[in-house]
Design a protein around this ligand. Sequence first.
Ligand SMILES: Cc1cc2nc3c(=O)[nH]c(=O)nc-3n(C[C@H](O)[C@H](O)[C@H](O)COP(=O)(O)OP(=O)(O)OC[C@H]3O[C@@H](n4cnc5c(N)ncnc54)[C@H](O)[C@@H]3O)c2cc1C
Length: 501
Amino acid sequence: MSAAPVIVIGSGLAGLMTALTLAPMPVVLVTAGRLGQAGSSPLAQGGVAAAIGVDDDTSLHLADTLAAGDGLCDAASAREIVGRGRDAIMALESHGVRFDRKPDGSYALGLEAAHSRHRIVHVDGDATGAGIVKALVAKVRETASITILEDCRALRLIKRDDRVVGVCLEGKGPVAARAVVLATGGAGGLYEATTTPLGNLGQGAALAGRVGARLADMEFVQFHPTALAVSAPRLPLISEAVRGEGAILINDRGERFMADQPGQELAPRDVVARAIAAEIDAGRKVYLDARAALGEGFVRRFPGIFALCQEHGIDPARMPIPVRPATHYHMGGIAADCDGRTNVPGLWAVGEAACTGLHGANRLASNSLLEAAVMGLNAGRAIASEMTAATVRLEPVSLPQMSDPAPVRAIVSRGLGILRHETGLRAAICALLPKAGHDDAAAVALAMAVAAFARCESRGSHARTDYPHKNASGTRKLFTMDEAFAFARELAASQPLSRTA
Ligand SMILES: Cc1cc2nc3c(=O)[nH]c(=O)nc-3n(C[C@H](O)[C@H](O)[C@H](O)COP(=O)(O)OP(=O)(O)OC[C@H]3O[C@@H](n4cnc5c(N)ncnc54)[C@H](O)[C@@H]3O)c2cc1C
């Protein structure tokens, strides 16, 4: 029997970087969908945040990150990840990524909301994710130690003697692993209005949670303020970088409703998202107006976004762009250190599936690609030095049925939106609980709802109308899936609700 490989689940930036860093150690890279085409990574527009400009410093980037996180960042994790910005950019370049540069050869650095400096490194203007993924996929395909399994989903982790020793793969059954790395991305697909792929259902949190891994910050979901307001299953994104170039938000009365807010259109995302939601709730439409700031230059600076707008009959050089908030990023996930270690031996988590505490209660724009790249580098190095080869024989295990996520989406969209309230959260918990035992999407949504219910304050992206203020003693919440289930059962028993929520 040959020694088991490291199994990396997910082929976004975090999974690709982990697999490449592990070479020449044998890796099986498992991905639902085609390599390089699924997940959020290829969709990323703005870029990677890194303090590499002449006027910048990692301490400034750290200060911006901590401010966006609204008091809940893990400062040590944030310092480590932000401090590795230059390493991440160099590692990506060593794998063939070509970031945009100015005529003098220095990096062309963009500005995004709540960043105090221009520090967003990008590829082909607004095609950063696609450019990065394309280069890394080419490198992965030519790396002999990486076996690629496409169109294959991980359905369950296998634990023996308290450590993860393998994974059950769709159509293949149990496969032994030296270590399993979850790089499964976020949970935006749990919502009806999202900029993320609909298949991002928090699979990593479900897989890890069901084997006892701790989950963290599950209540914090970032709503991007400016998704394109069109009828589509996944809403196209109008990057913050457009506001960074001076575009303004107006309503259908032509009023610039962010003008009096600190930071104006570049205020933190949760502030802008709530302001837009308030306009929409008041029956008004909201537009992003780039006519004065960019005009005919729009197509050159943002060719991808220009094309997206054109697909929907909008010319951003001449017309304001209709926008609305949509879920975009999950700050919470599998609790992990900056190397991706979880509390379960043999199980690692990287990228958006993981929660290091870098983002706290809200993510600073473009810090997620940075985190995915740094964690991939760190996890690859740590696993290569710590995980010894193991030979394990696994018995067949029964596999879960996949459920239709539509009912869960409806519950989550209603109860866990931009504005939350005890009644809605309680209803969501009671509706999710009966499904969560067998349905992974419901289990993840339940963990999010329990965390949101338990956070009796408004902070960062988590806004409660019944607790509108920040609690001075608010701390991060880490819990296991079993604890979330127990909390939900107790709540449901204490006040049974109709199941129509
Ligand atoms: C439209 C958009 C624009 C964005 N722009 C930016 C930006 O400019 N800068 C920035 O920093 N961040 C941006 N983000 C966020 C960023 O793209 C993501 O946080 C990041 O790409 C996550 O990378 P990842 O590798 O962790 O996960 P993903 O790239 O989401 O990849 C997840 C992978 O896991 C696979 N998978 C999931 N479940 C399973 C399973 N059970 N079995 C097998 N495979 C599975 C998926 O198929 C996929 O390959 C953006 C997000 C969106 C949606």
